[in-house]
Each structure stands twice: as C-alpha cells, then as structure tokens.
Design a protein around this ligand. Structure first.
Ligand code: SAM
Ligand code: DTB
Ligand code: SF4
Length: 334
C-alpha cells in the first residue's frame, strides 16, 4: 500500500525533480497505476459566475482591477444562466461543475446566492465545486450545508516567490482558508501555477506546501500560466514543457491518492505533451471551450485526443469514491 507522507523536505523533492526523465516518469507512473485506473480521466467544466473588477492584484490574472486587460466585467450571473451552462456541460460529459467568482472573498449575501446555485447544479446530478476567494470558518460551513463537494483555492507558488506575484493577500491567508474548507468537511482542491518565472526550487516549494498539508488535497490543479496582455506576467519566459511534465510527475509521487488536474494552459500544449502529463500521473482536466475567461481546447479536439490515447472519460463518480484510499487492490504487475 502506498504510504502517505506529510513531512517532505525541499531537498528530497528537488532530488525527485532532477532525476533522469525516464526514471522520474517510470516512478510516477508506477505509483499512478497502484492507485488509479491509468486510462481514466475525470472532467470538470468551469463557469465564471462573476467576472473581472477583482480587488486583488494577482500578477497572472486578467480579472484583477489593478491591470488593464480587454476583459468585460460581468455581475453575478442569474441562476437560470448557471443552470443552462451546467446542463450543457453535463450533456458534454462533465461530471463536476466548477463556478468561479472574481472576489477577494464573498459577502454573506453573495454566499446565499451561490448556495442556491450549488443546490441547482446538484439537482442536475453533478458534483459541485466553487472558487470564491477567502472564506471564514462560518462561510465554509454554510457552503457545506448547501451541499458543496469541492472548494478550489490555490497556493499558486512557493512561499518565497509568492510576494513577486501577489501583494494583496498573504500565503498564510490562503492556508487559513484551506484549513476552514478542510474543517468544514468539504473536499479540498488546491494547486498552483507554473511558468510565472519561478525557479525549480519554487516549484518544489509549492509541491512541498501542498503535500505537507495535514491532509493531501483531494484535487491538485497544476496550471501552466496563460499569458494575457495587460497582466504583469505577460511576456514571462515560457516554461520548458518537459519541466512542466516533471512537476506533474512529482505531484503524483508526493500525493499518490490525489487527483492531479492538468489545468490551465492546455490550449497551448501539444497532444504529445498532454499525453506525457497523463502518463506522469495527471488524471483530470477542465473540459469545455473556455476556462474562466481564457480559451481551453475545443471539446472535439479533447475527444479525439482521448480516443487516440485510449482514455476513458470518467462517467460514474461513485466508482472514484468507492476506490478511495485503501479499497483498491494493487495490480500484480505492470
Ligand atoms: N478569485 C478567486 C481566487 O483567486 O481564489 C477564484 C478565481 S481565480 C481565477 C482561480 C485560480 O485560477 C487562481 O488561484 C489561479 O491559480 C488560476 N489562474 C488565474 N489566472 C490564471 C492564468 N492566467 N493562468 C493560469 N492560472 C490562472
Ligand atoms: C484552477 O486551478 N484553474 C482554474 C480553476 N482552478 C478555477 C482556473 C484557470 C483560470 C485561467 C485563466 C482564465 O481563464 O481566466
Ligand atoms: Fe481576483 Fe482570483 Fe484573479 Fe486573484 S486570481 S485577481 S483573487 S479573480
């Protein structure tokens, strides 16, 4: 049985990242197979329910009011619009619907409105996820009461690099929100962004923070920076694709039972790079032609990619739940 660790040292993680590529991928893929069906990928669809005019200054984000992008701001969407989008995502095969809002934190009034949306999406038979910024303990509990399955809140990068990217909220603020989500018994979705000009040690630092949380996040989104004109990080030197794959592999090794999500940036990735990410342990994606405000691959393209790789889109979320830690027999051989 794969043993879960929460005491990873930075040097150990760097040593994993620095291995010869084939050794790293073999190790990650072996662990992946011990814990998951290697040919199954879960798909979630995203919807921005409140867009732009965000008071935070995240250097990567087109929705920050601090930057001058072409993005059109939009108030909180009416619930009918949300239901229509969720139904369309379900019809295309998504099993989870993730709603994102450009808030520093929701007000209690905001939360009531989002709670209604969560109820409506659950009624369609989908899992729900929201990402609304910072939460208090009480707010996390009311989202739980509304039936929320997952809350997404990213650490984004290492503690040392963080100040180069965001100044309006601290790393500790983020850890506190994650603790509130965990304490409210909501599944945690937490990851970060690569390709923001960080060093390999920063990538190790992000993964170290995630893996050393008291419990591993159930879902770990690894985003490749989508560069948007008008944001401070536009023009950053692109990350070597193989370094991105290495990071996915190390996320799989450190958090063997977590779903690793190949997240933003797929529209600019080759099929071959995505195939390597799936081999390295990624087993979920965002599906649908838009992320929150930027482009994602066409669904037809994703379908073809899955076909050519023999990947099955997860259709039954109960199977994943039934294979939670401990209950899946180990395969006898590769
Ligand atoms: N406002 C909320 C917050 O920041 O917690 C929720 C929405 S925010 C857009 C969700 C996540 O999307 C961010 O934490 C960040 O990791 C990711 N993200 C935003 N812009 C991105 C970009 N240009 N490229 C890659 N990831 C991005
Ligand atoms: C996450 O880690 N990535 C998603 C989701 N969580 C909410 C968002 C990616 C956003 C990319 C930029 C945009 O489309 O605005
Ligand atoms: Fe606001 Fe979230 Fe964008 Fe930061 S990432 S500017 S908090 S919407």
């Amino acid at each position: 049985m794969t043993k879960l660790r929460h005491n990873w040292q930075r040097d150990e993680i760097l040593a994993l990242l620095e291995q010869p590529f084939n050794d790293l991928l073999f190790q990650a893929h072996t662990i992946h197979r011990e814990n998951f069906d290697p040919n199954a990928v879960q798909v979630s669809s995203l919807l921005s329910i409140k867009t732009g005019a965000c008071p935070e200054d995240c250097g990567y984000c087109p929705q920050s009011a601090h930057h001058h992008t072409d993005l059109e701001r939009e108030r909180l969407l009416p619930i009918e619009e949300v239901i229509k989008n969720a139904q369309a995502a379900k019809d295309k095969g998504a099993t989870r619907f993730c709603m994102g809002a450009a808030w520093r934190n929701p007000t209690d009034k905001n939360l009531e409105q989002v709670a209604e949306m969560i109820g409506a999406v659950k009624n369609l038979g989908m899992e729900t996820c929201v990402t609304l910024g910072m939460l208090t303990q009480t707010q996390a509990q009311s989202l739980k009461s509304a039936g929320l399955d997952y809350y997404n809140h990213n650490l984004d990068t290492s503690p040392e690099f963080y100040g180069n990217v965001i100044t309006t909220r601290t790393y500790t603020d983020r850890l506190e929100t994650l603790a509130h989500v965990r304490d409210a018994n909501i599944s945690v979705c937490a990851g970060g962004i690569l390709g923001m000009g960080e060093s390999r040690s920063d990538r190790a630092g992000l993964l170290q923070q995630l893996a050393n949380l008291p419990r591993h996040p159930e879902s770990v989104p690894i985003n490749n920076l989508v560069q948007v004109e008008g944001t401070p990080l536009n023009g950053t030197e692109k990350l070597d694709p193989l370094e991105f794959v290495r990071s996915i592999a190390v996320a799989r090794i450190l958090m063997p039972k977590s779903m690793v999500r190949l997240s933003a940036g797929r529209a600019e990735m080759t099929d071959e790079m995505q195939a390597l990410c799936f081999f390295a342990g990624a087993n979920s994606i965002f599906y649908g032609e838009k992320l929150l405000t930027t482009d994602n691959p066409e669904t037809d393209h994703d379908r073809q990619l899955f076909n050519s790789l023999g990947i099955n889109q997860e259709t039954d979320t109960t199977a994943r739940k039934a294979s939670a830690p401990g209950s899946r027999p180990l395969p006898t051989s590769l």
